[in-house]
Ligand binder design. Structure first.
Ligand code: ADP
Length: 207
């Protein structure tokens, strides 16, 4: 695979500098595009919060796109599993996709477990530090396991899933996330409001 990458590179001529620029699109959409990158355990609340946050942003006139782990794994990344190598490739591809949206002036709300510092650092490197808003959905594993939205914790405990984050694969909690959102003892509305208040100043259009 790597070999092919090198062979192809010689014959590839990107035209990024010729297509209409991000600034023009941001002005058109009256917003600053950003990548809101949510990380957290399975069942922590990433998807739930993303769906509600998007509704709130659309209501306020922002143009957004939710990129969700399971959607991506059902499509563009349907050839990837959960080994460390595949998780890295999963995140690399999604970071590249988010960057395309970013350059199109669109705010993406990404929901990916993205369990390690190295994986998140790679996403940040691809997207660019100034546009990467890392949001840690900080829910203790006991709560996630109790919620067990998709029944995956039960399966992982029964040994039916290997490489399940938090049970038999690592989750490194981010230590310097831009924002931390708690969901323990909070309603969905409260968690979404906390995030919304912090996000709005970052995406509001300024010349
Ligand atoms: P993830 O996308 O991180 O795997 P989900 O969003 O699929 O997690 O599941 C989170 C579950 O937690 C949902 O069933 C949701 O209703 C519940 N939940 C309870 N309180 C909250 C909260 N404050 N914020 C987000 N989700 C919450």
């Amino acid at each position: 695979m790597l070999k092919m990458k090198h062979q192809q590179n010689k014959n590839i001529f990107p035209i990024f500098d010729k297509i209409a620029g991000r600034a023009e699109k941001e002005q058109f959409l009256n917003q600053k595009s950003k990548v809101i990158w949510m990380t957290g355990l399975s069942g922590s609340g990433k998807t739930t919060i993303a769906i509600e946050l998007e509704k709130e942003l659309l209501k306020r006139g922002f143009f957004t796109q939710v990129l969700d782990g399971d959607n991506v794994r059902a499509g563009i990344n349907n050839n990837l599993g959960f080994s460390e190598e595949d998780r890295t490739e999963n995140i690399r591809r999604i970071a590249e996709v988010a960057k395309l949206f970013l350059n199109g002036g669109i705010i993406t709300i990404n929901c990916f477990v993205s369990p390690t510092n190295a994986i998140r650092e790679n996403a940040k490197k691809i997207i660019g530090a100034t546009d990467f808003i890392e949001v840690f959905i900080d829910t203790p594993i006991e709560i996630c396991e109790k919620r067990d939205v998709k029944g995956l914790y039960k399966k992982a405990r029964a040994g039916e899933i290997k490489d399940f984050t938090g049970i038999n694969a690592p989750f490194e909690a981010p230590t310097n996330a831009t924002l931390v959102v708690e969901t323990k003892n909070k309603t969905i509305t409260q968690s979404v409001d906390d995030l919304l208040v912090a996000i709005l100043p970052l995406i509001t259009y300024k010349k």
